[in-house]
Design a protein around this ligand. Structure first.
Ligand code: SAH
Length: 379
């Protein structure tokens, strides 16, 4: 196959570029475009030979796009207008303007790209932006497929359910047979992760009696779901993604006492043998609830034994109990590992951790996109 000329829009730290490399497709990124200076520094550090345009997409002319003669567009438009927790202003949100600009430009290109892959959050599937995308691409003669995929589908112990739109300029439909992913059609109204094929195991009587279930602010369903995830052998263990212990300056990553005392009950705690973790978002390391899991690094202490009596002891004792677990944040390198970034990926030294988590949280799972790209091109 000839080398595809790829346009990477909203390139961030280059998740799409890494996915293209990992997919084995012969492709060259002819331009990457983003306005975030921190993300651009990181992109340039890792891909010094790729032309990176620090410009707003809507400020780029049709002629400039035409000169690139691209065969493929990879893009992750800003997701804030579509997140379920946000205002969902959709196409009325100024952050959607550049995406609509691209859609309007598309039919006027001197050569239509053969392939398009778009990534976005759950919520995009029911947006007007998605409606515009579908109408425009059908008019231009594309066939397309939409899926929701989480990294657990490719054996990675992390939940990050995302919407993907894959289009091909051809009369042939994109085939999904032989796909290694268990794909959930995007239209399905389900908040469940698509991979839970193992039946839920009920708690034993003893566990029920012991009040095992509610030792943290967890419902029985939470406990069962986590247990099911941890016993899914098609997913790797967290320990495969950790840095060697001697490389981690543990004092730098321990969850501070103040946070332990206030938020211990809502932390999502995982151990190295677990096969699950929650989505790492851009607030990881700064905000607590729902921004990503923390790691229990002392394994001699039973998590349950610590949590069981917390409400019966003084603040000082409570802290002493919690400290025994040695709860720490995943390092940015470990988050990058979980998100499928290769070892060759690195951060320029001067980028502070807070920014590292932020750009990773905005990025995507490289292994998931690589598999989808492979599927889009190869069949
Ligand atoms: N896929 C990327 C992240 C995409 S997040 C990665 O792997 O890192 C969305 C990105 O779009 C952000 O980096 C943001 O800076 C960029 N962006 C938002 N609006 C833009 C615009 N109008 N023009 C160019 N880039 C924009």
């Amino acid at each position: 196959m000839e080398t595809l000329r790829v346009l990477e829009l909203y390139s961030g730290i280059g998740g799409m570029h890494y996915a293209l490399k990992k997919s084995g497709i012969s492709g060259q990124v002819v331009a990457a475009i983003d306005i975030n200076t921190t993300a651009n520094q990181i992109y340039r550090h890792n891909f010094p030979d790729t032309p990176l345009w620090n410009k707003t997409i809507e400020g780029i002319s049709l002629d400039e796009f035409n000169e690139l003669r691209f065969d493929m567009i990879l893009m992750s438009p800003p997701c804030q207008p579509f997140t379920r927790l946000g205002l969902q202003r959709d196409i009325a949100d100024p952050r959607t303007k550049s995406f609509l600009y691209i859609l309007n430009l598309l039919p006027r290109l001197s050569q239509l790209p053969r392939f398009i892959l778009l990534e976005n959050v759950k919520g995009f599937e029911s947006s007007s932006a998605r409606q515009c995308l579908v109408e425009k691409l059908l008019k231009c003669g594309y066939t397309f497929q939409e899926v929701m995929v989480s990294p657990t589908s490719v054996g990675i112990p992390n939940s990050r359910l995302r919407y993907f739109f894959m289009a091909k300029i051809s009369t042939e439909a994109i085939c999904s047979k032989d796909s290694q992913l268990s794909l959930l059609p995007a239209e399905t109204e389900s908040s469940q992760e698509p991979t839970l094929s193992i039946p839920l195991q009920p708690l034993t009587k003893e566990e029920e009696m012991e009040g095992h279930v509610h030792y943290k602010l967890e419902t029985t369903n939470d406990v069962l779901r986590k247990r099911t995830q941890n016993s899914d052998l098609s997913v790797r263990q967290i320990q495969d993604f950790l840095e060697p212990e001697e490389n981690v300056d543990i004092d730098r990553y321990l969850v501070p006492s103040k946070i332990l005392l206030r938020y211990a009950l809502i932390l999502d705690i995982v151990k190295p043998i677990c096969r699950r973790s929650i989505c790492f978002t851009k607030g990881y390391g700064r905000y607590v609830e729902g921004t990503g899991s923390v790691l229990q690094s002392c394994l001699e202490t039973e998590t349950e034994s610590v949590f069981k009596y917390l409400d019966q002891v003084s603040q000082e004792e409570k802290l002493q109990h919690l400290l025994r677990l040695k709860l720490r944040y995943f390092t940015p390198r470990e988050v990058a590992n979980i998100m499928g970034f290769p070892q060759s990926f690195s951060f320029p030294e001067q980028i502070p951790n807070k920014q590292r988590y932020r750009v990773l949280g905005n990025s995507l799972n490289v292994a998931v996109v690589a598999t989808l790209l492979h599927q889009l091109i190869k069949c």
